[in-house]
Design a protein. Structure first.
Lengths: 179, 495
């Protein structure tokens, strides 16, 4: 089995047509589906939150068979993710894509769960602690993208579940839960 | 004998005919040429041609229903025959008026010799010679010759046994060909026969001679007393002669280019009429048209096509005979190239081959397309087929896509092709067809979901479609038996 870092690649990753955008409708549907799943899988396990289309994203090329996705193909597959609500374009030029293997809502729920798990229903915690603290080690929150975290916090804030307050610097940004 | 001035012709035209004619007689001592004379005239007296009465201003007095058609100035009316007993007058330099009934020659007031006005009744003309152009005629004044029939005593008559050839010499600027055309038409039209039966045998106003010397131009009775056919028979005869005239008209048109140019307008109208007929015929009848009509219509279409006019009825009908014949010929021709090319050939290749074989009578791409599209109406073993990519091919009816797909499937499941896929040229070799054709087959196999394309620096290749074999829910699952497994095995086998 081929690996990309720690990630186990499926067999069809070596299937050359996989890297050519298929014109036939049914075939294309299947192809897009496989790519969506693969991308999400990879990003989840490798904690990739942002994909830059012009950058070297390892999933988009297979040096063994000498194939890589064209820009058009990349955009096509990522747009499919965006349409599913599983990704968001970060710019109008579609150069950067925010991958949401968890939807923002899901992230919000994870945060709530995190607070509950750690007795922080009324507690205060910094952003950094959420992202890199000991409590989040081994959880999905570990290494979460700042943008995503902010968005999730915003939702919760609107629901009144917490309050975000700014400290003297970014490091001091914190959250007061009130679950 | 000398001729005299015709003074009376300048008098006002108010008197009755009887009075007029007697006065005429009285005014001349010679008198013979303009009177009710039955006696033979002396050679140069000119009673040969009946005279024409003129009005005060010199205009000819026309008969009932007579219409003026053509004017020519500076015209001589002479006879080039031997002037033995035939006393044809030498009419020089006059105005020639062609009417529906007669040829009128009116002298110029300035001319000498013979003055006055004379008529040649068209009824007395037995033949008009066609105008043959020659080198000589280019430099001389145009001449028109016609044959007049005469009675034994030398008078112009419709039923005479003798004849003389008269010549019209056009010394003026008139259009000879146009005149000749009109002359012919009027002569053929026989308008004088349409005029209702006139009492007795006199021929209407202006004529001062009676039946004895004058040709009967409008009367039930002809000059020798027998009843001339008018009424229904006359109409029928006229119809007949109209057809003959059209027929001759068509013949003339196509022989003489000059005449064609002048007839061009008629031709266009004729063709337009036919076209209208074809169009109206095709829209009014659906399937119930009888065979005869269809046959005539097809003939018309052929005729139109042969003169370069495209038939307006194309898609609805089975096509003109030309295309039908071409279609069959083409079907026969393509048999050999098809066999050589494995049952499928590019249309462009056929176009080249066919035209090369024909040599001279090349066909246009349009003709080829038409011919091919007609095949579905006949029972021929070939069809024209258009691929999704727009490429058009000719293939055997027996050629089945399924067969080709089976062959392709076998080909792509081979270990080598499982690893590397196939290109159009690879397929061409296996299928025995041209690479372009092979590519079309591969593309149509792709559209059926049999193959997948792989475009890279290595080129345009096709693989067996694995996407259908991959489990959505378990990306890593490879079923034990199946194409996917085979493929995996092939790719992991040592090279």
């Amino acid at each position: 089995m081929q690996k990309l870092g720690e990630f186990k690649l499926p067999h069809f990753f070596n299937y050359p047509p996989y890297f050519t955008l298929q014109p036939v409708r049914d075939t294309r549907e299947k192809q897009v589906q496989l790519w969506k799943d693969l991308i999400l899988d990879y990003c989840r396990t490798q904690k990739v939150f942002v994909i830059g289309l012009e950058e070297e994203f390892p999933l988009f090329s297979n040096p063994i068979i000498g194939r890589s996705l064209t820009h058009e193909a990349r955009e096509a597959f990522l747009s499919a993710l965006v349409a599913d609500g599983r990704a968001e374009w970060m710019d109008k030029g579609h150069r950067k894509c925010l991958i949401l293997w968890h939807r923002i809502q899901e992230w919000a729920e994870i945060l709530v769960q995190f607070a509950r798990d750690n007795g922080l229903e009324d507690g205060v915690v910094t952003m950094e602690e959420i992202r890199f603290g000991t409590e989040s080690q081994g959880t999905e929150l570990q290494g979460i993208d700042q943008t995503i975290l902010n968005r999730a916090l915003k939702i919760l804030e609107q629901k009144g579940k917490l309050v975000v307050f700014k400290g003297t610097s970014t490091d001091d940004e914190g959250v007061k839960f009130s679950l | 004998m000398e001729s005299k001035m015709i003074e009376s012709s300048k008098k006002p035209n108010t008197e009755t005919e009887e009075v007029k004619s007697t006065r005429l007689c009285r005014d001349f001592s010679l008198g013979v040429e303009f009177c009710h004379s039955q006696s033979p005239a002396s050679p140069m007296s000119g009673n040969f041609l009946p005279p024409v009465q003129l009005t005060a201003s010199g205009r000819p007095v026309l008969q009932r229903n007579e219409i003026e058609c053509f004017y020519l100035s500076s015209v001589d009316l002479i006879s080039e025959d031997e002037p033995t007993t035939i006393p044809f007058p030498n009419l020089k330099s006059g105005l020639l008026i062609l009417t529906s009934h007669r040829l009128l020659w009116i002298s110029d007031s300035s001319s000498s010799e013979i003055t006055g006005a004379f008529a040649v009744p068209l009824a007395a003309i037995s033949h008009i010679f066609s105008h043959k152009k020659s080198i000589k005629s280019m430099f001389a004044s145009p001449r028109i010759r016609f044959q007049l029939s005469l009675t034994p005593d030398g008078r112009v008559s419709g039923h005479g046994l003798r004849s003389v050839v008269a010549t019209i010499v056009l010394r003026g600027k008139g259009d000879c060909d146009a005149f000749l055309t009109k002359f012919w038409e009027n002569w053929r039209a026989r308008a004088w026969e349409d005029d209702g039966p006139a009492p007795g045998s006199s021929s209407g106003s202006g004529f001062s001679s009676n039946s004895g010397s004058a040709p009967a131009s409008s009367g039930i009775y002809s000059s020798d007393g027998t009843v001339r056919m008018v009424g229904v028979a006359g109409i029928l005869r006229k119809e007949q002669e109209m057809w003959e005239s059209t027929d001759k008209s068509l013949q003339d048109a196509f022989q003489d280019l000059n005449a064609l140019m002048s007839k061009a307008k008629e031709m266009v109208m004729l063709a337009e009429k036919m076209r209208q007929k074809l169009l109206s015929g095709s829209t009014s009848q659906t399937n119930a048209s009888n065979d005869e009509e269809m046959g005539t219509k097809e003939e018309m279409q052929d005729w139109l096509l042969s003169v370069g006019i495209i038939s307006p009825v194309t898609k609805e009908s089975a096509g003109a005979m030309y295309h039908q014949q071409l279609s069959r010929q083409l079907a026969d021709f393509v048999k050999v190239p098809l066999e050589r090319a494995g049952g499928i050939v590019n249309l462009i290749d056929i176009y080249c081959l066919f035209n090369r074989a024909r040599g001279t009578e090349l066909i246009s791409p349009d003709d080829l397309l038409q011919a091919c599209s007609l095949w579905e109406k006949f029972d021929v073993p070939v069809v024209l087929r258009k691929f999704d990519s727009g490429v058009m091919v000719i293939q055997n009816k027996s050629h089945s896509d399924e067969e080709v797909f089976t062959k392709i499937k076998v080909l792509v499941m081979k270990p080598d092709t499982l690893r590397a896929g196939i290109s159009a040229s690879d397929a061409a070799r296996t299928l025995g067809v041209a690479p372009a054709m092979a590519k079309e087959h591969l593309l149509s196999a792709e559209s059926k979901g049999l193959l997948c394309r792989d475009i890279s620096a290595d080129g345009f290749r096709f693989y067996i479609n694995l996407f259908t074999e991959i489990d959505r829910d378990d990306l890593h699952l490879v079923k034990d038996h199946g194409i996917y497994a085979t493929w995996v095995r092939a790719n992991h086998a040592p090279q």
